[in-house]
Design a binder for this molecule. Structure first.
Ligand SMILES: [Zn+2]
Length: 295
């Protein structure tokens, strides 16, 4: 049995999978706010309860925003700031008496989709989360590529490639730079840019819906989004040349992206043809916790 825990800022979720990926159990509890010791206890309780209920012991993987520093073994880059600098793997291994694997949520998403989701069977997978933030993970032959800095795939804070004059210098990002891909392709980023262009305050779902009803301003915003996503992914294709790109996160539910973006990206991919596939996630919000179990 494989246990996966998705440790997020608002909730901690556990899943139990059998060897075929069949879900045996799933639970979630609110994340203890700003309290590291209580977070450890909450994870330990979820694991103990799941094992008691299922009558077996499992391996354990954890997915969380941020990364584990290879140099220190501690969490860095997390938006749950009370986790930063904590030796979480060591502490949980002591509490739960087993080896524990940990990876960031974008890597878990990519691994889940590469294992038995929308990218099953593909050799090189680029798994992208387009949500409140933008991140990505890379899976090669079923294994997450992490890298010495633990940041492989983190292209959300690269600058938007092939920018047009009106896109420069680009919105200010929380990371301190201007024009990061995340400021254009996240859900809040799209909403802010639409407001700047039109004065209308709409969320991405409303923009998509109104574009579908023929609203010209919303259609322009959506086309700009598709154009920017095509450029951002063309940049990745030129470096990594993945077999498949899987989209997750709230913005991945915009169905027209899968037809429109591959029609655009050939302009920037350095190849006579582009055979890369762009697909929607297979497991949606469940991919983070499922990927943790596959770690
Ligand atoms: Zn940034």
């Amino acid at each position: 049995m494989r246990l996966g825990v998705d440790l997020g800022g608002t909730k901690i979720e556990i899943i139990a999978l059998d060897d075929t990926g069949c879900e045996l159990l799933r639970r979630r509890v609110p994340s203890p706010k700003g309290d590291y010791a209580a977070t450890l206890q909450a994870i330990a309780a979820l694991v103990s309860e799941a094992e008691a209920e299922l009558g077996q012991r499992g391996s354990l993987g954890i997915g969380t925003p941020g990364a584990i520093s290879r140099a220190t073994g501690r969490i860095k880059n997390s938006n749950s700031t009370h986790l930063i600098g904590q030796p979480i793997v060591q502490d949980l291994e002591a509490l739960l008496q087993r080896p524990i694997k940990i990876s960031n949520d974008a890597n878990c998403f990519a691994l889940s989709e590469a294992t038995d989701g929308a990218a099953a069977g593909a050799e090189v997978v680029f798994g992208v989360i387009l949500g409140t933030g933008v991140g990505a993970g890379i899976v090669v032959n079923g294994h997450i590529l992490t890298g010495p800095n633990g940041i492989a795939g983190e292209w959300g804070h690269n600058p938007l490639p092939w920018p047009e004059p009106h896109e420069l210098p680009g919105p200010l990002c929380y990371c301190g730079k201007h024009g990061c891909i995340e400021t254009f392709l996240s859900g809040p980023g799209m909403a802010k840019l639409h407001q700047r262009e039109t004065g209308e305050s709409l969320n991405p779902e409303e923009i998509v819906q109104r574009a579908g009803q023929g609203d010209a301003a919303c259609e322009r915003s959506l086309q700009a989004y598709e154009h920017r996503l095509a450029r951002s992914l063309a940049h990745v294709i030129n470096i990594l040349d993945p077999d498949i790109i899987v989209l997750g996160g709230g913005m991945s539910n915009i169905e027209r992206l899968y037809a429109n973006v591959p029609k655009l990206w050939g302009r920037w991919v350095f190849s006579d043809r582009v055979d890369t596939r762009l697909v929607k996630h297979g497991f949606g919000d469940s991919s983070g916790v499922r990927g943790a179990a596959w770690l």
